[in-house]
Design a protein around this ligand. Structure first.
Ligand code: GLY
Length: 764
């Protein structure tokens, strides 16, 4: 088959390569192409659709593959199809899924695709009124194609208003911005899925993750993409099928029903949010540089595959090579604002099974290869694992960069700074990986020693084996209980750690996870025995691990339990560089006779509330949106800490204040206020058939909560589901025991409600 390939970037060089490898290929022509495909370039103005059609018919082209979005949005595929030619690429009507963000949101909504809240505006006044109402951070998008410049992520309301005004004025975005789409700002790792769509069915070509910011650590302005890798650790083929079924199939159905079936590659940009994957965007083509990692892993005959899809016969699966691909883009200095042209490019190595060098913004001047665009070359490494692939790509990138060319040094979460350690360390943890990352084992070991000392300081003589052993061993024989029951609870700090990373304050994060676990086992009447933790990070910082483990150890000692062991995992690619996930499991013990909740809870029993000292470990995804708007330094009237640090106050433990009351035997039940607030947590400790009534005015709302609720504009019921609103633990007692229990608790106790014979929780 003769194939005409339209486009001239790195993506098209990668397409050319898989087309050239196909046994089905007759002749390949590329327009405009680039020096990487010199032998196949033809002289053809791709903006002149009539000329492209005429040339394709004259040269006996059997299949046209269109790489970039602009000609598709412009209707090139329509012109070719009208002339009876087979095309891999959507019609102009279908390419609106990339060409108009407002259209995408409408179609996605019709198709029932999970997506952020959004609204479309053509005037600033209506946009402003919507923002007043919405009161959460947004992303501002120009409706039309804007060559990667149409998305602004403002930090404040003032920046949001300015971005909208500039777009609507037709400023830097021109006509693309005459309509703006405002979208709820989502957080989470991004993922791109590439679906080959034949009009009614889709098959996955693979998934990739790219790095859009120009600088290391995801800093600086957005670019077209500085590097990418495929597959994405943690994303299985089952996930891919799920994403196809959720995001692609229903959209294909809607597009077909509208009479504009989608044929071509659909790029599905997803954000993996706390609430599940949501649609960021659709693009009507392969990603660049994602194509440079997805295509080299294609095992099937590309010409046959693309032709079948173009003819409405997508296969049910696509063969992929085992292993991983990672690409790093070498850019011309000044990219993205004003890339230097004419930078000489050193000789690039030949392609091998383990390495590809794809041309993008290159040109030949005389006999020299020079830069002619921002993204100049994409170097793809292939290996059994991601680390190996990155290593191969960087071996070349390190040679290319320096003199007028630069690249990010942390693609794929590649470690560049001093890292490592913990009571056990793994992830990319073979010695080689650390050596490559410039990590000194001596530094690692001294950090291990530091942490081991902190952990060891929590141990008592019940610890038989701790740090360094495969399993922690704890001796329960001396507990002296008649019928000891072990109680366990596991949890994470959730996205509180994202705020800790933002504010650079880790000192309380360990206490958070310990105290959360202590409170959970306490609710069953148990006292904590030992804790096991996991700290996972994209790139481990000794100081962060030290601060977190140190704070865990201190909290364990305060609660009379031990930090028996843990895991410190470096998982680049799975967790963004700079982010840390902290999880822990607490094991406690209770004698069967003291197990809570008791069975004798009755309607009329009283609910006592103990105060919280902040958000504890819940509601941070929402609270962070307020930090994004007001800033971490924002002063709170009535609180001695600014917003960021007030939100980072460690979750308090209720063991000490409740110990005497529990020993007194009059506490019938406890409920720890975690996610879901009163409505979700009080019923967890009540027998079937009973409910509760809570008087939400029975205690003062702490200033921090007042600020969050006012700023976000939350109603009472919603506020009490997302946040604890000032009460962190509920104690259930008989009416006659209120005084005795209150007297046994050495801190403010609020009578906040009662147990009722009506199921559910009523807030008053
Ligand atoms: N790498 C992002 C894109 O191709 O849109």
């Amino acid at each position: 088959m003769n194939v005409l390939l339209i486009g001239g970037g790195g993506r098209e060089h990668a397409l050319a390569e898989v087309l050239l490898a196909s046994p089905t290929l007759g002749r390949l022509q590329v327009a405009p192409g680039n020096p990487g495909m010199a032998d196949h370039r033809i002289d053809l103005d791709v903006a002149d659709h009539g000329a492209v059609v005429a040339r394709a018919l004259r040269d006996g082209v059997d299949l046209v593959v269109v790489g970039p979005e602009a000609p598709l949005v412009d209707g090139l595929a329509d012109a070719l199809r009208d002339a009876g030619l087979a095309v891999l690429g959507p019609s102009a009507a279908a390419a609106r899924l990339e060409g108009s963000k407002a259209f995408t949101r409408r179609i996605a909504s019709e198709a029932g695709v999970p997506q952020p809240a959004s609204a479309t505006f053509v005037d600033t006044q209506s946009a402003s009124a919507w923002l007043d109402e919405f009161a959460r951070p947004v992303v501002v998008k120009a409706d039309g194609l804007a060559a990667g410049k149409g998305v602004i992520i403002p930090e404040t309301r003032a920046e949001t208003d300015a971005a909208i005004a500039e777009m609507l004025d037709g400023g830097s975005m021109g006509d693309a911005g005459r309509t703006v789409v405002l979208e709820e700002r989502m957080t989470g790792p991004e993922l791109s899925l590439f679906a080959l769509c034949d009009g009614t069915r889709a098959v996955s070509l693979g998934v990739a993750r790219d790095h859009k910011r120009v600088g290391d650590g995801d800093t600086g302005p957005n670019t077209g993409g500085m590097g990418a890798f495929s597959p994405v650790p943690g994303v299985t083929e089952v996930d891919e099928q799920h994403y196809l079924a959720t995001f692609v199939d229903p959209v294909l159905k809607v597009m077909a029903e509208r009479g504009t079936p989608y044929v071509g590659v659909l790029y599905v940009g997803l954000m993996l949010t706390d609430e599940g994957p949501k649609l960021v965007e659709f693009n009507c083509r392969l990603g660049d540089p994602e194509a440079q990692v997805v295509l080299p892993l294609l095992a099937d005959d590309a010409v046959a595959l693309f032709a079948a899809v173009a003819a409405g016969r997508a296969p049910t699966s696509v063969g992929r090579r085992p292993g991983h691909a990672a690409t790093v883009v070498a850019c011309a200095e000044g990219y993205p604002a004003a890339p230097r042209k004419g930078v000489p490019i050193p000789t690039v190595p030949e392609a091998t099974d383990e390495l590809r060098v794809f041309h993008a913004g290159t040109a030949v001047h005389g006999d020299r290869l020079v830069s002619a665009g921002g993204r100049v070359l994409a170097v793809t490494g292939l290996a059994e694992d991601l680390d190996g692939a990155l290593e191969r790509a960087y071996a070349v990138i390190d040679e290319l960069t320096g003199d007028g060319l630069f690249a990010r040094s942390d693609i794929g979460g590649r470690m560049t700074t001093e890292t490592t350690t913990g009571n056990e360390t793994d992830g990319a943890g073979e010695p080689d990986a650390y050596a490559r990352a410039g990590v000194s084992f001596e530094a690692g070991e001294s950090a291990v020693e530091r942490i081991a000392a902190r952990v060891g300081a929590t141990h008592d003589d019940r610890v038989v084996a701790g740090v360094g052993s495969f399993g922690g061993v704890y001796d329960v024989s001396s507990l002296g209980l008649d019928q000891p029951l072990l109680v366990s609870s596991t949890d994470t700090c959730g996205t509180k750690t994202v705020l800790a990373a933002q504010v650079g304050h880790w000192d309380g994060i360990g206490a958070d996870i310990v105290n959360h676990g202590v409170n959970d086992v306490l609710v069953q009447g148990a006292r904590p025995l030992f804790m096991l933790d996991t700290i996972s990070a994209g790139s481990l910082s000794v100081d962060v691990v030290d601060a977190v483990v140190g704070s865990m150890a201190t909290a364990c000692v305060e609660n009379g339990c031990v930090l028996l062991g843990g895991e410190t995992a470096e998982v680049p690619g799975l967790i963004h560089t700079g982010q840390v996930d902290v999880a822990g499991t607490m094991v406690g013990v209770v004698d069967r006779s003291a197990l809570l909740p008791r069975a004798d809870i009755r309607a009329g029993d009283v609910l006592l509330g103990l105060e919280s000292n902040g958000l504890h470990t819940n509601g941070y995804s929402l609270a962070r949106t307020v930090v994004a708007e007001l800033g971490a330094d924002h002063a709170i009237d009535g609180d001695d800490l600014p917003l960021g640090l007030a939100l980072l106050r460690p979750h308090r433990s209720y063991l000490a204040p409740l110990a005497a009351a529990l020993d007194g035997g009059k506490v019938k039940a406890l409920a720890h206020l975690t996610g879901g607030g009163f409505p979700d947590n009080i019923p967890r400790c009540l027998p079937d058939g009973l409910g509760a009534e809570v008087d939400t005015t029975a205690w003062p709302t702490p200033p921090l909560f007042q600020l969050l609720v006012d700023h976000i504009g939350l109603g009472r019921d919603e506020a009490h589901r997302v946040f604890n609103m000032g009460i962190g633990m509920v104690v259930v007692v008989a009416p006659g025991d209120v005084d005795a229990v209150t007297a046994a608790i050495d801190e403010p106790v609020h009578v906040i409600g009662s147990v009722t014979s009506e199921v559910g929780v009523t807030l008053r």
